[in-house]
Design a protein around this ligand. Structure first.
Ligand SMILES: [Zn+2]
Ligand SMILES: [Zn+2]
Length: 127
C-alpha cells in the first residue's frame, strides 16, 4: 500500500511539474527511469484515482486522454498540426453551466471546453 501511494505521489508530482498536458504513456515513460517497477497500468490506475479525488483534470482530445495538474479553471486548445494541448486562460466564466441547467433536467456538475486550431508556434510557422 505504501508503495502504491508513493507511485501516486510520483505521478502527481510529474504531472504538476510540466505544462505539456501529457498522456498516461508520456508520464509512464518519464517516470520509468527513476521508478523501474512502475507499469503503465499503475500509471492509469493512479491517474483515475487522482482524477476522482479532484487533484487532476483529464482532457479528452481525439482518442488519447491527456492530463493536467493545473486544476484552476481554464480551457484547452488541441493543435491540429503538432497534436499539442495548450492552455487557454479566460478571465470570465462564460456561464455555460447555468445556461445548460436551464434546458437540461438532470444534474450538471462541471463542463470542459476543448478548442481546436493551431498553437502559437504552429500558427507562426503557418505564416
Ligand atoms: Zn502546434
Ligand atoms: Zn491546462
Amino acid at each position: 500500500m505504501v508503495r502504491h501511494s508513493r507511485q501516486r505521489d510520483a505521478v502527481l508530482a510529474n504531472l504538476c511539474s510540466r505544462y505539456d498536458h501529457p498522456s498516461a504513456e508520456d508520464i509512464y515513460l518519464s517516470l520509468k527511469p527513476e521508478m523501474p517497477a512502475i507499469s503503465l497500468a499503475t500509471v492509469y490506475r493512479n491517474l483515475a484515482q487522482l482524477e476522482s479525488d479532484g487533484k487532476i483534470i483529464r482532457i479528452g482530445s481525439g482518442g488519447t486522454a491527456r492530463y493536467d495538474g493545473n486544476i484552476s479553471p481554464h480551457y484547452h486548445l488541441s493543435c491540429l498540426q503538432c497534436s499539442g494541448v495548450v492552455d487557454v486562460f479566460m478571465d470570465d466564466d462564460c456561464g455555460i453551466c447555468e445556461k445548460a441547467a436551464k434546458v437540461f433536467d438532470g444534474t450538471i456538475i462541471s463542463h470542459s471546453v476543448l478548442f481546436t486550431g493551431y498553437c502559437s508556434e504552429c500558427s507562426k510557422k503557418r505564416g
